[in-house]
Design a protein. Sequence first.
Length: 246
Amino acid sequence: MNKLDKLYAGKAKSVFATDDDRYLVLEFRDDTSAFDGKKVEKLARKGMINNIFNAFIMQKLERAGISTHFERLLSAHESLVKKLDMMPVECVVRNIAAGSICRRLGVPEGIDLNPPTFELFLKNDELGDPMINESHIASFGWGEPGHIARARELSFAVNEVLKPLFLDAGILLVDYKLEFGLFDGEVVLGDEFSPDGCRLWDQETREKLDKDRFRKELGNVIESYELVGRRLGIDFESTVAAIAVS
Ligand code: ADP
Ligand code: UDP
């Protein structure tokens, strides 16, 4: 598999074509952004940590029967993925209130959401990723109703797999953002699952171990991502060493 031209450079990842037009290379960079790209910094080792973290989670989801774009790790900061026709929509599931839902609905941070909520946002930084609903998606042609229904079903299925996985490591899965796309007509999970796109709190202390450390200038951002990974059983060094020899 040869890596060819760079097709797109996003805020945290770059996307490359390969010599097979059904596959892409995702490069996880050290760039870190928040507030729709208004706060940007380079955090050493973030690309590697998120790439290996994402691979671990995507493989867990695949094993649980959830189709993902992940194929394999190519290097410390690159993964081979299926090329999806992405829907420009962010699917957010929340188990505990935090972030924008508290501002929007005036609810206190930390209350349990039972059943969990499902929200849709348009992927558009200039507009600040506005909240939308299924009707907007249908009217503006951002996705077919059946595909959004499937994305919602898969978003909740992800919760069933990941909530207990994190809890076993003493971590609360507060909320997370997913992006889906189509591959051979099937709705498939794309993009990444890492502490950049979810909220993770220590179960005992409720300490934030995710990108809120960057948003709120709490320090030890990557150290916390790595700590979460290690508590899940990820051995970053051995994984990188294994790719290097394969
Ligand atoms: P952003 O575009 O929000 O700045 P990133 O820096 O993470 O985000 O860039 C990665 C881009 O690649 C995103 O736009 C994402 O939707 C897209 N993407 C992720 N996975 C796939 C895939 N399997 N196929 C096609 N595009 C993908
Ligand atoms: N999220 C994300 N990308 C976005 C917006 C949100 O990954 O462009 C994640 C965020 O990290 C959190 C969840 O989605 O885990 C819900 O985010 P929220 O709506 O609370 O927005 P925030 O206040 O974090 O901007």
